[in-house]
Design a protein around this ligand. Structure first.
Ligand code: ADP
Ligand code: MG
Length: 259
């Protein structure tokens, strides 16, 4: 049983405060959905957790089974059991999927080779993808399937999935969400699933749903919260002061013909 504990996490990007005290506690096998308006800082949270350069943590703590994750390099965080499927997976020309999987796999030898082929088939990717550079010239949905194969072979303790549903067609969405749900059941993987849509949660069963607004979690409830959100939108949770600056207030988009 593992615990990922985020307490009072604050972070700046490009000199701007984006994360303003994030609190989350995820245990092995749990699925936490994180839903929030564009620009509220969800991807910033995912990058801060993995230590992306340029994302400066200015307060709070993140521990994995009591270990201070923030003191580690990105590679060490991955070795400790954290996995991030990025909203826009990076293309890495010259580095083959085959080599990345072999280097990061939880298995080795024939077990690894056999498992890779099973995972590719399950997720609907041709084995030819093994000999292509990571994510290079892949469609949006192929990249998300590719990330899922990496997750399946790596077997992390906790997976942060930043809009893994975006770009996937309906079949891909079903295969990807089923595979991740299986990892939560068979490997006891914990999940933080950033998403805008309940369609991801049809197969990937959320234990908790968090609403994220203006850099922090503002409400937590059960899966019914995702349905309420989909029906009502974010108005209930985004206050006047937190709402994005209205165009008419910026001066940039003022009506040039107004007197
Ligand atoms: P979300 O994923 O919730 O849509 P992001 O975390 O991507 O939001 O972005 C949060 C805010 O941080 C946005 O206003 C975005 O423009 C800003 N931001 C993200 N990255 C940078 C950056 N590198 N430099 C400056 N601002 C950034
Ligand atoms: Mg984002």
């Amino acid at each position: 049983m593992s615990d990922l504990v985020i307490e009072g996490l604050c972070a700046t990007v490009g000199g701007t405060d984006i994360l303003k005290g994030v609190d989350l506690h995820i245990r092995s096998g749990e699925v936490h959905a994180l839903m929030g308006p564009n620009g509220s800082g969800k991807s910033t949270l995912s990058h801060a957790l993995l230590g992306r350069p340029g994302y400066e943590v200015t307060g709070g703590s993140v521990t994995l089974d009591g270990e201070d994750i923030l003191a580690l390099t990105t590679a060490e965080r991955a070795s400790a059991g954290l996995f991030l499927a990025m909203q826009r997976p990076t293309e890495v020309p010259g580095v083959l999927l085959r080599d990345v999987l072999a280097a990061s796999s939880a298995l080795d030898g024939d077990d690894h080779d056999d498992a890779v082929l099973v995972e590719l088939e399950r997720i609907g990717l041709d084995p030819a993808f093994l000999d292509r550079p990571i994510n290079a010239d892949l469609s949006g949905g192929e990249k998300k399937r590719n990330e899922t194969v990496q997750l399946a072979m790596l077997r992390p303790k906790f997976a942060i999935l930043d809009e893994i549903d975006s770009g996937l067609d309906v079949d891909g969405l079903r295969l990807v969400s089923q595979r991740i749900e299986e990892a939560t059941n068979n490997d006891d993987m914990g999940v933080l699933a950033i998403t805008h849509f309940t369609r991801l949660l049809a197969e990937l069963k959320a234990d908790k749903v968090h609403i994220f607004s203006a850099g922090k979690v503002v409400e937590t409830a059960g899966p019914e919260l995702a349905d309420e959100l989909e029906a009502e939108g974010y108005a209930r949770w985004v206050t006047e002061t937190e709402a994005p600056v209205k165009e008419s207030n910026t001066g940039l988009y003022d009506d040039p013909f107004a007197i």
